[in-house]
Ligand binder design. Sequence first.
Ligand code: FE2
Length: 438
Amino acid sequence: MQPTMEDLKQLVQPNRTHRRIYTDPDIFDLEMERIFGRAWIYMGHESQIPNSGDFLTLNLAKKPVIVARDGKGNIHVMHNQCTHRGAKLEGKACGKARIFRCCYHGWTFKTDGTLMGVPDKKGYDGTDFDIHDPALSLKQIRCESYRGFIFATLDDTMVDLEAYLGDAKTSIDNMIDRSPDGELEIAGGVLRYRHNCNWKFFVDNLNDTMHPMVTHKSVGDACAAYIKDLPNPDDYSREADIINPFGSSYEFFDEMGVSVGPYGHAFTGGQMSIHSEYRDIPDYMDAMHKAYGEKKTQQILSINRHNTIYYPSLTIKGAIQSIRIVRPISVDETEIETLTFRLKGAPDEMLQRTLLYSRLINSPSSMVGSDDLEAYVRLQEGLQSGGTDWVDMRRYLGREQHPDGNMTRAIGTSDISLRNQYAAWLDFMTHEDKKKAA
Ligand SMILES: [Fe+2]
């Protein structure tokens, strides 16, 4: 049964959420309509469609869409649906098109969505069919890019993208600044896999700093033992560089800090994070010094954030140049895509480190992400039982919180990121109600 506005307000409270929001298919359908159908949702990076005719297809709030670069170089997000009989138009996940042609009756569309041709047009003579009728072009969806990151929203009244991202956009800025040429480029393929859990468990986990010392203890301990047994303790592998911080203490994660902002965005880390103690790559440092000088380089690399969440669909790791995209499939199934960036002007070793991180931490066979997945699946199974109805998020409630621009900063192991996300969740889910009241 579809929940009422009153039900929704009961399900998310300042200190806890109800299990139903993770297990009820009706709530999932409402989330697609009211959150993924309204928020700025990440579509892809401009470097994935660098030339005219390049396109990607994906789902936005369950609707198939095409992200395409037209003949003039402009980017469009459009409904992936032929305007003749309504069939899904483009079947490939990505590619290069001169035109989009429907596989059923052959209507053709330009890469900007304009209807171009229909077979045997004389059959429409004497009807009100007009090939120039804008309603026969692919339906456009509002889209904007922030420094190469393309987002779309199905709500024309939503604030513009930059205002939506707020001060959290500085995590994107820092990732770009880490390129000696000031530019990013998607490289190294994509890791895509299904998680048998609700999409929110993945998003909740990214700034959950109370779990590594439990969930990732085995890999953290194994890594520490490996380093201890080395004849020269400084001579450890790049793999250990990456894995070792997952064995950090509660104090370490407390010190890392967490910042939360409007619309559910958040990031952990600041000057330090699990990425801040990686050993330098000398050629990269040289390239950065050449591009920016020593002082500015130091300034750029001193920003070391862990995960930034652009709620609800994009999560990034600026310091290691990877992103993970959240694609909800159903109430208990979520597709996660991991993509990696090349920092233009940086030596190849930087991309190799990013890819190593991705394989070790994010891939289906990873040593860390698979621990998290086990927890998500147990949450999904556990919360079906009804033994306990509520999910707690009280840690550091009302304490240790400081304003920072349009964000709020708190101690790292605070549940503030969860509380902020669920406040945004409730805002999205009850937006219509508030609009009526206003
Ligand atoms: Fe984890």
